[in-house]
Design a protein around this ligand. Structure first.
Ligand code: CA
Length: 231
């Protein structure tokens, strides 16, 4: 239960209103669309947590809508429950491997639908949290978000180039270990045109951008670079 935002995509007004009524009674924020294009534009505008998606829609059908959403990395945290008119349709949709989270067959009992909605939202939330902790690296004053490609040092945003980001992230993941310039080239840069001398340039630039936290990256004379260990 709560303030999650749900988009109901259904062209039959009576069914749509029934679903909306029950969702709102559970305390959800509800958006409505009666065709696929409208659904996609509401997705972009309001990024709902869950979409209840009717299969048979005029114009763009539910399968196409589902496919469009699941292909867009922006919407990867949106859950989808497909609503179909017949059991056989559910099986067919399932067979397509569209990545929908669940299926409900019409006619459904409102209580059943609400239970499915709650379960799917709960799973979606867990999945999102898991992904966020996996993608987030914390190291002393550094916070490296590998999903968003963002770095905070002492709470301040550090703007790095893609190469600088990869170098910092790699050294941080292996903190305490020294890497030679050659190792950094082959394991992080993977670009034949970049020379060992370029590594020094990138490291110098990262340090400059880290400001007061510059000493996190240490030069080990005659060997290479390492990220200091932090407790
Ligand atoms: Ca329909």
């Amino acid at each position: 239960m709560g303030s999650e935002r749900i988009l109901v995509v259904e062209d039959e007004k009576d069914i749509r209103e029934l679903i909306v009524y029950h969702l709102e009674r559970e305390g959800y924020e509800v958006l409505q669309a009666n065709n696929g294009l409208e659904a996609l534009s509401l997705m972009k505008e309001k990024s709902p947590d869950l979409m209840l998606l009717d299969l048979m829609l005029p114009g763009m059908d539910g399968i196409e809508v589902c496919r469009a959403i699941k292909q867009d990395p922006l919407f990867r945290d949106t859950c989808i429950i497909m609503v179909t008119a017949k059991e056989e349709e559910s099986d067919q949709v399932l067979g397509l491997g569209l990545g929908a989270d669940d299926y409900v067959t019409k006619p459904f009992r409102p209580r059943t639908l609400m239970a499915r909605v709650e379960a799917v939202l709960r799973r979606g939330k867990l999945r999102k949290e898991q992904r966020q902790t996996e993608g987030l690296l914390k190291h002393g004053p550094l916070q490296i978000d590998n999903e968003a490609h963002e770095v905070l040092a002492g709470g301040h945003r550090v703007l790095l180039t893609a190469t600088e980001f990869n170098l910092l992230s790699f050294l941080t993941m292996h903190s305490g270990r020294v890497f030679s310039r050659g190792q950094l080239l082959s394991r992080v840069i993977k670009d034949a045109l970049v020379t060992e001398r370029n590594i020094d340039v990138h490291i110098r630039s990262i340090r400059k951008k880290l400001g007061e936290h510059r000493d996190l990256i240490q030069t080990v004379r005659g060997v290479g670079y390492k990220m200091v260990r932090c407790e």
